[in-house]
Design a protein around this ligand. Sequence first.
Ligand code: GLY
Length: 256
Amino acid sequence: TRMEDSGVFNAGKGACLTIDKKIEMDASIMDGRDISAGCVGMVKGISNPIKLARQVMERTDHVMIVSDGVNKLAKLSNTHIGRISPNQQSLNKYYDIKRNMKKRWKKNNDLSFMALDHNNRHLGTVGAVAIDKEGNVASGVSTGGKWLKMSGRIGDSAVIGGGFYADNKSGAACATGNGEYIMRLCMCKYACDQMQSNNALLSSNRSIAVLTKQFGKNTGGIITVDRKGRFGVAYNTHTMPVASITSKDEKVKIAS
Ligand code: GLY
């Protein structure tokens, strides 16, 4: 929730805008003890979609709830949530991107406008993987999706095995980047399968190697934790800010 509230990332307050200048977010959470999961998609006007994903996992017998259903769940479950709407900074960015892309639409004459912009900019989904002293793993992710996406588009952050996965038998993984590519590769499930016999770093590297081979560079990144508590990070973008903390650390370690 802190990352959603910061406004710095493409999630919560900082979420990107759809082609209709609206915020529509996706978020999910998964518990490796029993592979239970909660996913929310097309979340509108709510500051912390991850809280609702948790409600889906813990308090319903569903796995995924989208659109207005998420707002209803917030009411039914009495979840404390703030309200958000597009701020001036996001609107400025929206107009900036749109100006830039109009020229491309004319040239390309198709509807794949969002993918055209994605390769170099605005990768900012947030996520976390964790392990406790009993070896229980978990993964959580939250995103605004892609700038200028069509309304109704749902990305990898709401899809189990795509943008996140957690299973005590292997480990936990969480992804950022181009959701369409990540989903098609079931990248986080692939990373967890890799962790059945490899450490977190090697599994992360292999996952990003597969992503790069299939779709090229500047397409995504992944964080993982394996059953032994080792963390892994890999990405094919220029940078990807990462932070880690253990029960022994006094301060969060930040790298990029
Ligand atoms: N990885 C975020 C998205 O594409 O929706």
